[in-house]
Design a binder for this molecule. Structure first.
Ligand code: AMP
Length: 194
């Protein structure tokens, strides 16, 4: 496995897809280091905006608190802006975006504008019982049990359709997320080779 990252894609434009608690955030940080591209978490960006009390933060804090999705137009602005920064020109790992089919359309438009192309969408597969156990153990402000269950339902309704969307475009790579942290990273790197 050791040399997989060394032959890393010259430009790695990747999306990490999976339900809350699937381990995307942890793996985004690990892959970011291995592939030398920034991990971009829209959840982290929005939480930072809330903490700052910016206009965006004030607009989204109530939505995030109940585990609902921020509207697609707002997310399009956030992501277009972020992908326009210098550090994303050689690739990126998107964690938490896209989350709806319209957002996937936005991503495709933004990448086209930037003359970049998505290399792969990595789908984390984790049984629901494990997701609940992990997210309940995580205890963030937006992680009460009711909110977690709501976030899982929102994932099924709004985000799961992206599995078909990217499957049809031959970009989807399925990875078993119910393994040790090291084994998941190895599986992700292996999936990128294929
Ligand atoms: P996350 O950390 O990715 O689970 O995101 C935390 C919260 O931020 C979500 O529950 C949503 O309220 C909001 N959020 C993050 N990314 C998006 C997105 N792509 N579309 C809509 N809402 C988002």
């Amino acid at each position: 496995m050791g040399d997989v990252a060394d032959q890393s894609l010259a430009s790695a434009c990747l999306v990490l897809l999976g339900p809350p608690g699937c381990g995307k955030g942890t793996q985004a940080a690990r892959l970011s280091e291995r592939l030398d591209v920034p991990a971009i978490s829209t959840g982290d960006m929005l939480r930072a905006a809330v903490a700052e009390g910016s206009e965006l933060g004030q607009r989204v804090s109530g939505i995030m608190a109940v585990g609902a999705l921020v509207d697609d137009a707002t997310m399009a602005d956030v992501v277009r802006d972020r992908l326009g920064r210098d550090d994303a020109q050689g690739g990126f790992l998107l964690d938490g975006f896209p989350r709806t089919v319209p957002q996937a359309g936005t991503l495709s438009t933004v990448l086209e504008e930037r003359q970049q192309e998505l290399d792969a969408v990595l789908l984390f597969e984790v049984p629901e019982a494990v997701l609940l156990e992990r997210t309940l153990g995580r205890q963030r402000a937006d992680d009460s049990e009711e909110v977690i269950r709501h976030r899982l339902r929102v994932y099924e309704a709004e985000t799961r359709p992206l599995v078909g969307y990217y499957g049809e475009r031959d970009l989807l790579r399925r990875v078993n997320g119910d393994q040790s942290m090291e084994a998941v990273t190895a599986s992700l790197l292996e999936a990128l080779e294929s």
